[in-house]
Design a protein around this ligand. Structure first.
Ligand code: KIV
Length: 275
């Protein structure tokens, strides 16, 4: 069954957990979708996972559009959520509207996500009023990594915790249909989850959230660069891929691949005429 923003709201009402993953291309989106995942976020984490960037700041609208199109083609049932890149919405309400509109019109996504609390509520309100569903994102906001001085857990002291709680309540008021809580203490995520009527989607925020999201490449053990504490490896696909690539290279060098079963043939007498 197709997941929609209504499905997300109902899940919170029924106390049913939502499982989300990121994806950035067709084949991964198809596998994720076939696994019954509720939502696929085409996150700007694609900058780090697929494009080899140090952070998410250099990801562009064109990058997100290109990758979301591919994901939308592979996702029949999951809700596809396209991430608004750094500086595509912070600059003005008008920029937010224009860019959120592009993401929906040009990609096949059904919702957008943007980072920020009270300071981006005018943008959230305007985008929602234009009938574009918005998933908000508070706590650790990777687009603010420069101002934090690194990727740091947020909401660890009273001021920080109040800020996260206030941000979640503000984005709910502005009309967001869900909110991502990234890298905050579990107790704070539980309080936020009880304080808002929209689903909270945790990443590094404990298990009291209404749902969870992980970066697919992290949970598959595909990236050896860095593995955050909150990531569980459900497989070691990276190891398997490296081993397969190595075996392939060896077999090519040894002349073992391709074998007869991978090879097309024609009658010898036909070929002789070509010599
Ligand atoms: O960019 C991203 O992938 C995200 C999700 C992990 C929430 O923001």
């Amino acid at each position: 069954m197709k997941n929609t923003v209504a499905t997300f709201a109902q899940a919170k009402g029924k106390n049913e957990k939502l499982a989300l993953l990121t994806a950035y291309d067709y084949s991964i989106a198809k596998l994720v979708d076939e696994a019954g995942i509720n939502g696929i976020i085409v996150g700007d984490s694609l900058g780090m996972v697929s494009l080899g960037c140090k952070d998410t700041l250099s990801v562009t609208m064109e990058d997100i559009i290109h990758h979301t199109r591919a994901v939308a083609r592979g996702a029949s049932n999951a809700l596809v959520i396209a991430d608004m890149p750094f500086m595509s919405f912070q600059t003005s309400v008008r920029d937010a509207l224009v860019n959120a509109g592009r993401l929906l019109k040009e990609t096949g996504a059904q919702a957008i996500k943007l980072e920020g609390g009270r300071e981006v509520c005018p943008q959230i309100k305007a985008v929602v009023e234009a009938s574009i569903p918005v998933m908000a994102h508070v706590g650790l906001m990777p687009q603010s990594v420069r101002s934090y001085g690194g990727f740091k857990v947020q909401g660890k002291d009273e001021t920080g915790a109040r800020k996260v709680l206030d941000a979640a309540k503000a984005v709910e008021q502005a009309g967001a249909f869900a909110v991502v809580l990234e890298c905050i203490p579990a107790g704070l995520a539980e309080l936020v989850t009880r304080s808002v009527s929209i689903p909270t989607i945790g990443i590094g925020a404990g298990n009291a959230c209404d749902g969870q999201v992980l970066v697919y490449a992290d949970m598959l053990g595909m990236l050896s660069d860095f593995s955050p504490k909150f990531v569980k490896h459900y497989a070691e696909v990276g190891e398997q891929m490296r081993a397969a690539f190595k075996q392939y290279a060896q077999e090519v060098r040894d002349g073992v691949f391709p074998a007869a079963e991978h090879t097309f043939t024609v009658a010898d007498d036909f070929l002789k005429k070509l010599y």
